[in-house]
Design a protein around this ligand. Structure first.
Ligand code: SP5
Ligand code: ZN
Length: 363
């Protein structure tokens, strides 16, 4: 008897471990930062134990010039500069500037405290703190000394995954961390620095049109913005309604694409507490839109925060829901790149990822 192994490439790297903020604020309350290194470690460990996956360690970072085919060079350079600056901090320099913070430089993360509006800047020079806010849309993209490498390798994992799809693999799992879908060309936020799914999509455009299916609980405002006016990319998303959920300003069904790309943006906002039947019915509608677009390949922005146990979400998806969602996406029978986004019920993430990978096996 031969044992059949099903080898889905699983691309990952250890560099994310050096990006580990511990705190975020919410209405002036200090909370634990939910986007922790263990998220990726649990998924990697669990998926490798299934025997479904072929592990590939990404060892070489993509070039900045490739990154800047999708992202703004000023933002990329800035993240590198501030992250390297953080590495030069000493306990003395820290305590004099940030007397209220943790004064261990290894644990220090810079948070923006002002968000300069771009039509209200009168001087070409800006301080590092001014620039941090300049490249953020919220306060939830803290930068430490390991953040640059983590973000760069996360984007590289997505880029290399797209390369494997171009080589002919039907299904690839890019285990990106930090996540990316809230970040746009020139703005970071929502635990996101570089938009990994967008970097992958840009590369996949070599092969033809691309449809992005974003099932993270939160709207992928960054991805939507990057491809807003791009007729070769269909962005589709199911997420919590922006009236009551982060990111609050995008995700409405009325957002359908820019003047050069009408009807290439499909948003399906759901009310808080949405259950599996509601989610799957809307997914069918979304997939009808994807089929009509007739893409050459698919990028799934794979968040697990619509799961019922997620501490940030309100949806009620079950473990098996992720198998069913994947089956429906696999039924498109198109080359598919999975790009890891959010999901904060950390102990369950491996199980959810396995369900999803199993559901995709008909590809
Ligand atoms: C990639 C991704 O999933 N980013 C999500 C960013 C969500 N940020 C909003 C944080 C809201 C504060 N947390 C409240 C915890 C309630 N238990
Ligand atoms: Zn999310």
């Amino acid at each position: 008897m031969t044992t059949q192994t099903y080898d889905i490439p699983l691309l990952h790297s250890d560099h994310h471990q050096q990006h580990a903020p511990t705190l975020e604020t919410h209405h002036a309350k200090i909370l634990n930062y939910p986007e922790v290194p263990r998220r990726a470690e649990i998924i990697r460990g669990h998926l490798l134990a299934t025997g479904l996956m072929q592990p590939i360690i990404v060892e070489t970072a993509m070039s900045k010039s490739k990154l800047c085919q999708t992202l703004d060079a000023g933002m990329v350079d800035y993240l590198e500069a501030i992250s390297r600056d953080m590495a030069t901090l000493t306990t003395e320099s820290l305590s004099s500037f940030y007397s209220l913070q943790d004064t261990d430089p290894a644990h220090f993360y810079s948070y923006p405290s002002v968000f300069p509006q771009r039509d209200r800047i009168y001087h070409s020079h800006q301080s590092l703190m001014g620039l941090h806010g300049y490249y953020c849309f919220d306060k939830d993209a803290p930068v430490g000394k390991g953040t640059w490498e983590a973000a760069l390798y996360s984007a590289t994992i997505a880029h290399q995954g797209a390369g494997m799809i171009l080589e002919g693999y039907p299904l690839v799992y890019s285990l990106c961390r930090p996540p990316g879908h809230h970040a746009s060309r020139d703005l970071m936020g929502g635990y996101c620095y570089f938009n990994n799914a967008a970097v992958a999509t840009t590369r996949l455009l070599e092969k033809g049109t691309v449809a992005i299916i974003d099932i993270d609980y939160h709207h992928g405002n960054g991805t939507q913005e990057i491809f807003w006016n791009e007729p070769r990319v269909l962005f589709t998303s199911i997420h919590a309604h922006p009236d009551g959920e982060y990111p609050y300003f995008t995700g409405y069904a009325e957002e359908t694409g820019g003047p050069a790309a009408p009807n290439t943006n499909l948003n399906f906002p759901l009310h808080a507490g949405a259950t599996e039947p509601v989610f799957l019915a809307v997914l069918d509608e979304l997939l009808t839109g994807v089929r009509a677009f007739n893409p050459a390949s698919i990028v799934v922005s794979l968040g697990f925060d619509a799961f019922e146990q997620d501490p940030l979400g309100t949806f009620k998806l079950k473990v098996e829901s992720y198998f069913k969602i994947a089956q429906k996406i696999a039924a498109l029978q198109l080359p598919t790149l999975l790009v890891q986004e959010g999901g904060y019920a950390v102990d369950m993430l491996g199980i959810l990822a396995e369900q999803f990978a199993n559901g995709m096996r008909s590809l």
